[in-house]
Design a binder for this molecule. Sequence first.
Ligand SMILES: Nc1ncnc2c1ncn2[C@@H]1O[C@H](COP(=O)(O)OP(=O)(O)OP(=O)(O)O)[C@@H](O)[C@H]1O
Ligand SMILES: [Mg+2]
Length: 278
Amino acid sequence: MSIKAIKNISQVRGGSQARIMLADDGKKYVVKFQGNPQATRVLANEYLGCRLARMIGLSVPEPVIILADEETIAEQQITFTLAGRAVAACPGLQFGSLVVTDEEVWDWPRHSMFGQVHNRREFAGILAFDKWTGNADGRQVLFHRKLHQRKFRATFIDFGYCFNAGEWSFPEAPLRGVYAINEVYEGIQSWDDFAPWLWRIERFSAKELQCIADEIPCEWYGERSELRRLLSCLLERRSIVRQLVEDFRTSSRNPFPNWTAECPAPCATEASGELRAM
Ligand SMILES: Nc1ncnc2c1ncn2[C@@H]1O[C@H](COP(=O)(O)OP(=O)(O)OP(=O)(O)O)[C@@H](O)[C@H]1O
Ligand SMILES: [Mg+2]
């Protein structure tokens, strides 16, 4: 049984017009609703993207499927502003991202922050991940810490435009899906920095992918056959992630100024697995 949204706390910035809501498990979630101005598929993208990223070891808030029924939407006045008019959100299952509750939370880092990011190595991992999933948006990150902490943590959010948003296609572009500021990549020196992440992506099992996909409510995306096609693309793309990272590395942006190894990208290890018919 899914958890239930009970109280609207606030609206957050952004194209999907998400809300922070209190749920009946006592936790707060950033909730993206069906019928939002971006596309309902961003809910499917968020859920699949967050689950996959967490499985390969990246810092991503826990994703949940959360019910906001008709009564709650009416009572809590959950509406979108579309062309200046308020339109009620669609009742049903929605996507929730557990709110990062540290005392200091930043959407955009101050210059001096980068050196103080505890898990900075994960920027190599999220880059590989965004290439794998064809993220059509710039990479979004929250930098946060508790009051007594000196260092920040980077937590990766917003997977709504993975798989090319509502399109579920993979047009390649070297500068897509990357972080806006090169500094986060400064520590990257060789393929060794990508190795743990590439290893997990290239060996990601078809069965696990299928299990996560089975949890996604079909009203978030449409036809089962389309989801099946998306999963097949993802399995196929496991073996080209190295090349996609290489295309970014050798792009005009020169994102890894401290790159030392001249050797070409090592070949992807053999990945296999069939999807069962859905
Ligand atoms: N798990 C979370 N914890 C804390 N804050 C969050 C979380 N998820 C999102 N936010 C906040 O909500 C804002 C909007 O989230 P998000 O970027 O996912 O929405 P969006 O509608 O896709 O925005 P945009 O279209 O501008 O990219 C973020 O900039 C961030 O400040
Ligand atoms: Mg965003």
